[in-house]
Ligand binder design. Structure first.
Ligand SMILES: NC(=O)c1ccc[n+]([C@@H]2O[C@H](COP(=O)([O-])OP(=O)(O)OC[C@H]3O[C@@H](n4cnc5c(N)ncnc54)[C@H](OP(=O)(O)O)[C@@H]3O)[C@@H](O)[C@H]2O)c1
Length: 335
């Protein structure tokens, strides 16, 4: 079920003393969801530029499942491996060079393939410049869901596509983690948005999030809807899914149209003569999080959470992810 309610963030808490060990959902070797087991591990130590976050909520993404199954982008894997690329929490300690954060601050952060361990844990050590204050309009659960998807959605709309007021934009995969946010950011920039969602429930969701027109991309005719939506052709496509639906979106673009997709979309969009195809990766840093915080606040961003599992049910969360048709995002409740 999609939940759009918010849990108010505690902006500051008194930082509890940091224990020596913590609970974490880790894998001892690559494999299926059952590899995820809750174990006791040492709390990570801090480098001078890092913060220690007492995790409240961890995001669960398809890239986590890829890493659990054997994808090792950082080279040789180290076990036990704690998964989790993003999340929210409160600062529990800061490294000797960190001035921007203090114990108890409510933050959210992004750290891809962190060698010290990810967010499926009670504590995570993250570079301070990949950490930001939780925007006032978000609860802790919602903040924990969006560092990766929020940066990806906003950078797709702004840096990759440079979406402008009154342009016609297709968001393909609009009811997923990145798509539900991209619809709102494209509307924030004043675009007309045609959302290609998944299922009747996905269509209803993206309409509620502000899409001007929404259809089910698994069952409806994308090309004819796009031609009706923009008779002179679509200006820009943000592709969060690939395959035949994407081919139809590309067909609908006008002569100066452009298509952007975050790396990982499969099958990878094929280049076509005369068409600008822009692959990109989400970038996290102080500037990027400041941009995200401004856009989240201006859009009064709504963050659909499809399901929230306790940390000990991380394997169940991965099983649900594998079933697909996730509307918005799956998260782990760590605290
Ligand atoms: N490189 C980076 O920095 C980066 C960062 C974030 C994400 N990504 C990539 O971006 C992609 C999207 O990520 P995400 O987290 O948003 O994934 P997601 O939540 O799975 O969203 C993809 C959505 O596309 C939908 N979809 C698939 N085919 C469709 C069709 N024909 N019509 C309508 N909807 C369709 C899926 O619905 P069903 O499951 O119901 O079909 C799903 O809701 C992934 O490939 C991910 O790897 C890359």
């Amino acid at each position: 079920m999609t939940v759009l309610t918010k849990t108010r963030p505690a902006r500051k808490t008194t930082a509890p003393s940091v224990p020596a060990t913590m609970r974490a959902a880790a894998i001892e070797r690559f494999g299926g969801p059952e590899m995820l087991q809750v174990v006791e591990l040492p709390v990570p130590t801090l480098d001078p530029g890092e913060v220690l976050i007492a995790v409240h909520t961890a995001g669960v993404g398809s890239w986590d499942a890829d890493m659990r199954a054997g994808w090792s982008p950082g080279g040789k894997p180290r076990f036990p491996m704690v998964l989790g690329t993003d999340g929210s929490g409160h600062i529990a300690a800061v490294g000797s060079r960190v001035r921007r954060f203090h114990s108890g601050d409510a933050v959210y952060a992004y750290s891809f393939d962190n060698p010290k361990g990810g967010f499926y844990a009670e504590y995570v050590a993250v570079a301070a410049d990949k950490t930001a204050p939780v925007p006032e309009v978000l609860g802790m659960k919602e903040a924990g869901a969006i560092p990766t998807t929020g940066l990806t959605a906003l950078q797709g709309i702004d840096q990759a596509l440079h979406v402008k007021r009154a342009e016609s934009v297709i968001i393909l995969g609009a009811s997923g983690g990145v798509g539900t946010l991209a619809v709102q950011f494209a509307k924030l920039r004043g675009a007309r948005v045609l959302a290609i969602a998944s299922g009747d429930d996905g269509v209803k969701l993206v309409r509620r999030l502000g899409a001007d027109v929404a259809i089910d991309g698994h069952h409806e005719d994308i090309l004819s809807t796009a031609r009706e939506f923009a008779p002179d052709g679509i200006d820009a496509v943000l592709a969060l899914a690939g395959g035949p639906a994407l081919d139809q979106c590309m067909e609908a673009l006008n002569r100066s149209g452009r298509l952007a997709y975050p790396n990982g979309v499969e099958p990878e969009p094929r280049k076509r003569r005369g068409l600008r195809v822009i692959p990109y990766d989400a970038v996290a840093g102080v500037t990027e999080f400041a941009q995200l915080n401004r856009a989240v606040t201006a859009a009064k961003l709504r963050v659909p959470i499809a399901a929230a599992y306790p940390l000990q049910d991380a394997a169940e969360a991965h099983r649900r992810l594998a079933e697909r048709h996730v509307l918005g995002k799956i998260v782990l409740r760590v605290r």
